[in-house]
Design a binder for this molecule. Sequence first.
Ligand SMILES: Cc1ncc(COP(=O)(O)O)c(C=O)c1O
Length: 396
Amino acid sequence: MRDVRAARVAGFGTTIFTEMSALAIQHHAVNLGQGFPDFAGPAFVKQAAADAIASDLNQYAPMPGLPRLRKAAAAEWQRQHGREIDWQSEVSVTSGATEALCDAMLALLDPGDGVLFFEPAYDAYVPDITMAGGKPIPVRLHPPTDSNGAWLFDEHELRAAFEQRPKLVLLNTPHNPTGKVFTRSELEQIAELCQEYDVVAITDEVYDRLVFDGKSHVSLATLPGMWERTLTLNSIGKTFSVTGWKIGWSVGPANLNQALRAAHQWVTFATSTPLQEASAVALEQAVSNGYYQQLLDEYQQRRGLLIKVLAEAGLPQLVAEGSYFISCDISALGLRDTREFCLRLVREQGVAAIPISAFYIDPTSAPPLARFCFAKKLETIAAGGERLRGLRVHER
Ligand SMILES: Cc1ncc(COP(=O)(O)O)c(C=O)c1O
């Protein structure tokens, strides 16, 4: 049969997440690969969804999103950043941050427009850019040279990328896969360049509640001169441990929301009504019921256990300042090919992880790192640890 695929998708294979999760099932492995929680979502949020369905909130939602969720997201923004925003024109609901990212690219890029982003990058970014006809402009985040260091970009490389006159910057903080949390001064540099080169910013902040060790998350949109040119994306999945719900939203000036909605109305048109209602309840109640602190405390524990488990396996690890991922340097095992390492790890040790090379346009240029996820029950992480001990015996 002839190849019927359009050029825009012909280069897309199966994602490494799908491949590793399938191998994890096949090999009865402990899945520390794909980033989703294996524990229950909060009861008050699940109950809200059940109530919404029972009360017959089951028909199409308004195209820009349920007013209750847009109001809750606007109130959240005001609480966090002190800026009052108009829920009607400055917030839009999408089917997860994934849809918002794709909508933003479709809505803002003309063929050939450049999009500057930091590499390694969440795997949807490059396909989103290219499906919209845009041109990816990657800027390297360089891995830390010592075990306590952060991933850093080079100022000159960043300016050189801006010199290519991108239309958009696509930023992710806290960052998947590195766990980097961009500092205020790094964001100030990016903000200044966005203004100097008249670039619009799309910021993906789905891990904003998962920032550790007293560090703080800074939203690019809150820096001077940036509100007018920034669309901030977030979603319910990571923060409320319900990644399957796919409820996301954008916050930003009316013109950017209007553009995003123009794409959204022809991509999904409306997003799941009962889950929007439940997401509104989640945002409303989490403010006063201590949920966010509990979430962070539990993640600190999971992170602490994964750090211990990886250290016991003899895998040197990089600091994870935020998100729910830790990267390990596999060159300590005498290996460089992370894909091969992860394939062997799942088959031979029964542990799934993700090769960092999956987050690069040119996988061969990636550093020798594997990403482990700690959005898992303590028992799961401990079980992974038991199996990873085998690495010390077999690989050395
Ligand atoms: C950086 C980043 N952005 C977006 C998403 C997707 O978010 P959602 O589940 O809301 O579509 C993920 C999920 O892994 C992610 O890691």
